[in-house]
Design a protein around this ligand. Structure first.
Ligand SMILES: Cc1cc2nc3c(=O)[nH]c(=O)nc-3n(C[C@H](O)[C@H](O)[C@H](O)COP(=O)(O)OP(=O)(O)OC[C@H]3O[C@@H](n4cnc5c(N)ncnc54)[C@H](O)[C@@H]3O)c2cc1C
Length: 385
């Protein structure tokens, strides 16, 4: 087991109690109705979760990355949709806190840290997700503003968020393409930004995921993150490193929830005169599930500790994301097998875990991409001169 310090234990306990008391009793029913959890979001605001990575001087309550991961683990143990509501908001805060000008930090972070307004990130497009340098949304300078044209896809929180991180091309002809990419903090309000449909998803319901269309949408030049063009790709990629940890931790929380359902059920359900937990085939499943969950936790905490030491951790964050999310998908399916027909029924939460898990393989950079990042890093580390 990983030893947590006093502060980390306190945060873990606070979020765990919130999840046990307020989330688990309502999660499945609300998810089936695709109902937005306004009251739960209000409690998350009151707990200060929207300010988790905003420095204290800007009104946040910044925690270390282990604590950050614990929060996502605990929320996802109850309901992964809640972690989705928080996740992209915190990527925006991360990029602003790291790269924003003083003026940008002062204008946006204190409000974002309270969850008023809510945030999101607009990176992916209908024709560009993994290959982000292929985006076609443009931001052209026009006096003291930029004019944005294009479409963004899969924007989580896209309808409810009023402040968004936008990645666009300020120089569409630049080679390599990332040199012509810039990041902006944008606010809804002026005409030219339309929220299209909410995408109908198999899981990860409740939190809305939308298409956004920009048609001559004006953005003040003062909202160019860091105040210089051409830095957006790097800024966004750094923000996504923390997102990998949050997604890995979501996988850990979801896997734990599925495992806990399965190990409880295995001791209560009897076949052939004994609890199914006494059949060796089920024991092997439980052993593999428990082992992979513990390994996920260690990978996540190890990557988080490296990030806290400000060491490069793209390989470690990628490994944690890859392993913990593949574990979540595997464990949710194994839990379903252990519950038999009941695993397939909406009377038990395992079907929800099973529907939520695949997003983790895709979001925050697909696991195919994680393998590329890991391999590239390892080849650098073990280069034969
Ligand atoms: C529910 C949900 C919420 C999301 N929320 C957001 C959000 O808030 N903001 C946002 O910007 N985006 C968001 N996304 C988008 C997400 O980041 C992308 O879906 C993801 O990056 C993959 O991009 P894609 O869907 O375009 O797939 P593609 O890039 O088209 O990839 C298709 C397949 O090809 C593989 N592939 C691609 N390139 C390579 C390669 N070089 N080598 C090997 N395999 C490769 C991929 O791994 C994948 O298996 C969300 C997605 C979902 C499903």
């Amino acid at each position: 087991m990983v030893q947590l310090d006093e502060d980390q234990r306190l945060v873990a306990q606070t979020v765990r109690e919130f999840v046990d008391r307020e989330v688990i009793p309502v999660a499945s029913e609300m998810e089936h109705r695709d109902e937005y959890p306004d009251a739960l979001v209000d409690t998350m605001k009151a707990l200060g979760l929207f300010g988790l990575n905003t420095p204290d001087e800007y009104g946040g309550n910044e925690v270390d990355y282990t604590t950050f991961a614990i929060v996502f683990e605990e929320l996802s143990r109850g309901w992964m949709g809640l972690a989705g509501i928080l996740g992209s908001h915190l990527v925006l805060c991360d990029v602003l806190a790291r790269y924003g000008t003083d003026d940008q930090k002062r204008r946006f972070l204190p409000r974002l840290a309270k969850g008023e307004p809510r945030g999101g990130i607009c990176l992916s497009e209908p024709n560009a997700g993994t290959d982000l340098q292929a985006i076609t949304t443009t931001a052209r300078r026009d006096g003291d503003q930029y004019v944005v044209n294009g479409s963004k896809m899969w924007v989580t929180n896209g309808r409810r968020a009023d402040v968004l991180l936008l990645l666009a091309k300020t120089d569409p002809d630049a080679q390599p393409a990332h040199r012509g990419m810039s990041a902006f903090v944008i606010e809804k309000g002026p005409p030219g930004l339309t929220v299209g449909r909410d995408i109908d998803k198999m899981g990860y319901k409740t939190v809305e995921t939308c298409e956004l269309h920009f048609d001559r949408f004006p953005v003040p030049a003062a909202n160019l993150i860091g105040g210089a063009e051409g830095l957006g790709f790097k800024q966004v990629m750094t923000g996504l490193e923390a997102e990998r940890l949050n997604i890995a931790a979501r996988g850990l929380g979801l896997a734990r929830a599925a495992f806990e359902e399965a190990i409880k059920y295995a001791q209560q359900r009897h076949t052939f005169g004994k609890a199914i937990a006494n059949h060796q085939t089920i024991q092997i499943k439980l052993a593999d599930m428990g082992t992979k969950i513990e390994a996920s936790r260690l990978l996540i905490y190890s990557a988080a500790a490296k990030k806290d030491r400000r060491e490069r951790c793209d390989v470690e964050a990628g490994m944690a994301k890859l392993f913990a999310t593949e574990t979540a998908a595997e464990v949710s399916l194994e839990a379903m097998r252990i519950l038999g027909g009941n695993g397939f029924s909406k009377d038990f939460p395992v079907e929800r875990f099973y529907r939520d898990a695949p997003l983790l393989l895709i979001g925050g950079g697909t696991n195919e991409l994680q393998r590329l990042i890991i391999a590239r890093g390892l080849l650098e580390r073990y280069a034969v001169s």
